[in-house]
Ligand binder design. Structure first.
Ligand code: MSP
Length: 520
């Protein structure tokens, strides 16, 4: 595959810090991105922060600091979390940046000029948590927002409106004729139902009610609606300029996005509002929108009031983990594509001990030790004979690729573990330790070579999830981790000394059970 690959995440509100729900999204996006880097030449990963709106304005007020101070503090905290988790983005966009604000204003003016935006008096119910107007019928029996369980504010203003209804049929048509546009596909029906009752949307707020935002260029009594501001980040980050006939190279290389990763709660904004906006700007549509599920903790929704919000820092610290690999692996395996997932300490420990320490780490460790013990760490020419297990490894590459083509991150990880199970069975059945003791040295060497080859495949396949562990495996095997997937079968391990006794290190140490109890 040589296509260019552009992946984006939702941009996070900065009225708080990153928790493991935000981390889940950034990690699965990073895993997908690192996988496609192993297949494509030009790749781009965008993430960032959504810094305007009433929610940020109110939080800053309650803390007695300016909104900008609040944003700066929390943006730094978000960026630190992503660094800790080895999130390898190429660009981090802040909606308070000058470049972004200027383009959002130009986009608004363009739509105003072409008649897609018009002025209209309006009375509605606004939920500050969702940053959107709600219909009476969306509310709970007690008149509360179903997501935030708070009473929406009655807002009566003269606002600008976007002609969403004009694009309704085109959006329905696009969704119906592109069954893999919304992933997972069962979410497409939800969107089609929402489209049935769609109305034009308010895209500005009076500056008297919301001051923290981007002013409308031609009318400074109005602030651009935070979702129009936020959604535009995906193209402002590439340097899109609505006033230019020809766009710059970054934009033409990467737009339309290959995959836009977001949570199920904001699918409506991405599959309806964003798509209509792109249609109005006459821009091509993203190829896929991946709506992931939500992460709960011990099967309970995370919430400040319950006091169960967990940060990625909490988890790494309580298990004394220097590197994020185990958490990255666990969280990206905990939910099948689009489904909700759950974090629990016990589950985390059991899963990474079983998969990373036993299935993967032990297999490598014991095989290398046998190689040192009987062959002084050297692969001999006569060991290089491919057994069936290498065919299984090659098939696994195809299965992993097929899963990533559908953005099935957990399912792909499962295939890698299945290969490791097969390799463990292979070594146990062949028992190279007995073969060596009984003098069948060549046969023992062949088994070891096959196991190392499988581990070479595994190192590259697991790299997107566990970049540090994968690099450590490759280092011990003296193989190349920075290799395209289609070059894997041309780079097999060659004859020669690969390791000495003191170079053998465990790639992942079992998590000690007492760490989990020290938590919180
Ligand atoms: N700022 C908007 C997105 C604008 S995108 C143009 C927003 N921000 S958010 O901070 O509330 O959420 C950011 C992302 O984190 C969303 O995709 C959301 O679904 C995701 N998650 C927030 N809590 C989550 C979990 N508990 N679990 C998984 N993802 C969750 O929405």
């Amino acid at each position: 595959m040589n296509e260019n690959f552009y992946i984006t995440t939702a941009i996070d509100y900065v009225n708080g810090k990153a928790h493991i729900g935000h981390a889940f999204e950034k990690i699965i996006t990073d895993v997908i991105y690192r996988h496609f880097k192993q297949r494509c030449d030009k790749t781009m990963f965008l993430t960032g922060t959504d810094e305007h709106g009433i929610k940020i304005q109110k939080t800053a007020k309650s803390l007695n600091i300016s909104p900008m101070e609040l944003c700066n503090q929390n943006v730094e905290a978000f960026q630190n979390s992503w660094k800790l988790l080895d999130i390898n983005y190429d660009k981090f966009i802040r909606t308070t940046s000058h470049e972004h604000k200027e383009i959002v204003q130009k986009i608004f003016e363009k739509l105003l000029k072409q008649g897609d935006i018009y002025k209209h008096s309006y009375k509605g119910l606004y939920c500050n948590g969702c940053e959107c107007f709600l219909n009476e019928k969306d509310l709970t029996e007690d008149g509360l927002c179903p997501n935030h369980l708070t009473k929406p504010e009655v807002v009566e203003e003269e606002n600008y409106f976007f002609k969403l209804t004009k694009y309704k049929d085109a959006i329905i048509n696009h969704i119906k004729s592109n069954p893999d546009f919304i992933i997972p596909s069962f979410r497409a029906n939800e969107v089609l139902n929402q489209l049935e009752n769609i109305e034009d949307i308010s895209v500005s707020r009076s500056i008297n009610n919301v001051s923290w935002g981007i002013p409308v260029l031609s009318d400074d009594s109005q602030i651009i609606y935070v979702w129009i501001d936020a959604l535009s980040n995906y193209i402002t980050a590439l340097g899109y300029d609505p006033d230019k006939e020809e766009q710059n190279e970054t934009f033409t290389t990467f737009w339309p996005a290959s995959c836009q990763v977001i949570g199920k709660d904001i699918l409506k904004f991405h599959s309806i509002y964003w798509i209509a906006l792109l249609m109005a700007l006459d821009l091509p549509l993203p190829k896929h929108i991946l709506a992931h599920g939500w992460i709960t903790i011990d099967e309970t929704k995370m919430s400040k009031s319950l006091g169960n919000v967990l940060s990625p820092e909490n988890i790494l610290k309580s298990f004394e983990l220097q590197k994020p690999d185990a958490f990255r692996y666990y969280i990206s395996s905990c939910a099948n594509c689009g489904k909700d997932g759950n974090y629990s300490d016990i589950d985390f420990k059991e899963k990474v001990n079983a998969d990373l320490a036993n299935n993967m780490g032990n297999l490598l460790n014991r095989s290398l030790n046998i190689l040192v013990k009987y062959f002084d760490g050297e692969i001999k020419d006569e060991f290089i004979v491919e057994d069936e297990i290498i065919k299984t490894a090659k098939k696994t590459v195809n299965k992993v690729v097929e899963n990533f083509d559908k953005f099935q991150v957990a399912e792909a990880a499962f295939e890698i573990m299945t290969l490791l199970n097969a390799a463990n069975k292979y070594i146990n059945d062949k028992a190279p330790w007995s073969l060596s003791k009984n003098g069948d040295l060549t046969q023992a060497g062949v088994v070891l070579y096959n196991v190392f080859e499988v581990m070479r495949y595994v190192s590259v396949l697991i790299y997107p999830y566990c970049p540090n562990i994968a690099s450590n495996i490759a280092k011990q095997l003296k193989t190349n981790i920075n290799i395209k997937l289609y070059d894997l079968d041309k780079n097999n391990i060659k004859a020669g000394k690969i390791i000495t006794k003191d170079e053998i290190t465990p790639v992942f140490l079992r998590l000690d059970s007492e760490f989990a109890q020290n938590k919180k």
